[in-house]
Design a binder for this molecule. Structure first.
Ligand SMILES: C[S@@+](CC[C@H](N)C(=O)[O-])C[C@H]1O[C@@H](n2cnc3c(N)ncnc32)[C@H](O)[C@@H]1O
Length: 197
């Protein structure tokens, strides 16, 4: 997989979200998986490589990031969509058919001080999402609730300050149950998951 100017460099933390997702898929033959905010295509590629029986869709709004994703996805059977997760009706053709939604979105509150490798190299739009960092995640929660089939699941990476707010957003949707938050290897809250009832 290649990275370069204009696309977020995948981080080790996201491997935890991936591992959770792959474990969830273990007893599901031919699953349908959607990677929202795909950036380089990292999560979509990892799922497609590990599960050749999966149908994988990936969505990205930024044209430069999308170009990197297109390059990385290459001739694989991943369906890459140019799209904005805040657009009503996005991927409506997949409504209630998806087994797993994975998302590592922008989630840092605007104004937060970040290390130089983030502030000087990652695209702003890949990192920051409104004053509370939840501007994109709010839409991801609603989109996941619409896309998931009964019994499906969603996993969303978040900032270590959002270990309560992201589960609370998931819990606002009555169709989503079993809401849980998960720590990273440093013991910080890192991603939240829920099941579609
Ligand atoms: C933190 S990066 C994560 C990229 C990739 N998922 C990963 O784990 O390496 C977030 C990505 O979301 C994209 N993004 C931001 N807002 C979006 C939106 N409204 N709809 C779709 N993608 C969006 C950014 O362009 C960026 O590529």
């Amino acid at each position: 997989m290649e990275v370069g100017p204009g696309v977020f460099v995948p981080r080790p933390e996201t491997e935890l979200l991936l591992s959770w997702g792959l474990e969830f898929l273990a007893d599901r033959p031919a699953p349908v998986v959607v990677d929202l905010c795909t950036g380089t295509g990292a999560l979509a590629l990892a799922v497609a490589t590990t599960r050749p029986d999966a149908t994988v869709h990936a969505v990205e709004v930024d044209s430069t990031a999308l170009a990197w994703a297109r390059k990385n996805v290459g001739e694989t059977r991943i369906h890459l969509h140019a799209g904005d997760v805040t657009t009503p009706g996005l991927l409506s053709e997949l409504d209630a058919t998806v087994d797993l939604v994975l998302c590592n979105p922008p989630y840092v509150p605007v104004g937060t001080e970040v290390p130089p490798e983030v502030g000087e190299h990652d695209p702003f739009r890949a990192v920051f999402a409104g004053t509370d960092g939840l501007a994109v995640i709010r839409h991801v929660v609603n989109l996941a609730a619409r896309l998931l089939r009964p019994g499906g699941a969603v996993g969303i990476e978040h900032d270590d300050t959002q270990g309560e707010s992201v589960p609370a957003l998931l819990a606002t949707r009555k169709v989503l149950t079993n809401v849980e938050d998960h720590d990273d290897l440093a013991g910080r809250p890192r991603f939240a998951t829920a099941r579609r009832n």
